[in-house]
Design a protein around this ligand. Structure first.
Ligand code: PAJ
Length: 273
């Protein structure tokens, strides 16, 4: 991978990079298409990263439709796929990892101990392999995006992180590889997650100093989704990810909901009027 990238860079070509865990959908596609537009060459990676799954999470059953993924990447115009082996990415006796502080104290962090450390470690390794000028990340995983931005800044990594908006189905549900775990009926219910967040946005914009009341309404709406279990819904500052009591700065309204076999996350960025 590095040889391919060095060769391209020597020839003055810019490289865009889209890291993924595969089971590609149009959300991934939006990142690849943007990279193809903004760079001479686009690399994607597929690696189901064991370091970011907890012991009771879905690492074993995470879908891996590799041939279909390759076809999709070709269709979107990617130039190269990096598909490393687990042994290459997580060598036996791995002792050096990247620890994440502060930004993992809210939202998904407390519920998924070690998750963001696993993400940061593997993304740093992927960036070292691909040597891109730009790397594309989705706002659907907003906390991950902020942690990667911080990683790049803190470690002076020579790459520009490009945030990309969340792609949704027409009903509102954010595209996710884990939507595969949902039945059609559950998918319809999952649309209510986005509707609840939108309702929260409306309340927050009309009464920015009553954030806790807006949050309670969203919580109630999310809890009403039958067969679901709400893990959290939080309003945090969009930069520090610290909880806020009022909509004074740009904020993130984010939630995680368990529905059937899937754990779904979603969020909305909300700017004060
Ligand atoms: P994965 O879940 O495959 O997502 C790869 C990239 O696609 C991430 O940047 C994610 O935010 C983005 N993405 C997923 N669904 C999206 C949607 N509906 N709209 C826009 N972008 C979307 O995130 C990971 O993999 C891993 O943690 C990884 C960064 C590859 C490290 O292992």
């Amino acid at each position: 991978m590095q040889a391919w990238s060095r060769n391209a860079l020597r020839r003055g070509r810019s490289i865009g990079f889209v890291p993924t865990m595969g089971c590609l959908h149009d959300g991934h596609g939006s990142l690849v298409l943007r990279s193809v537009r903004e760079n001479d060459l686009t690399a994607a990676s597929i690696f189901v990263n064991p370091l970011q799954f907890g012991p009771r999470e879905d690492f074993g059953r995470y879908p891996r439709p590799f041939r279909r993924d390759c076809q999709r990447l070709t269709g979107w115009g990617a130039d190269v796929l990096f598909h490393p082996s687990p042994a290459e990415m997580v060598p036996e006796g791995l002792t050096t990892t990247i620890s994440v502080n502060n930004l993992d104290k809210t939202l998904c962090g407390p519920l998924r101990p070690g998750h963001f450390q696993g993400v940061a470690t593997i993304v740093a390794k992927l960036l070292n392999a691909v040597l891109p000028d730009r790397a594309y990340f989705g706002q659907k995983d907003y906390q991950q995006l902020k942690i990667i931005e911080r990683l790049v800044k803190d470690l002076n990594l020579p790459v520009r992180v490009v945030p990309c908006p969340t792609v949704r189905e027409s009903g509102g549900i954010a595209l996710s590889s884990r939507n595969r775990y949902l039945t059609t009926a559950q998918k319809n219910k999952a649309n209510q997650i986005f509707a609840a967040l939108q309702w929260g946005e409306k309340l927050l914009k009309s009464s920015p100093y009553y954030a806790s009341s807006a949050l309670n309404t969203v919580k109630k709406l999310l809890k009403q989704i039958s067969g679901s279990r709400l893990e959290y819904v939080e309003l945090v500052d969009a930069e520090s990810l610290e909880p806020v009591q009022a909509l004074r700065t740009k904020c993130l309204l984010a939630c995680a909901v368990r529905l059937g076999k899937a754990r779904l996350i979603d969020n909305l960025l909300i700017e004060p009027r």
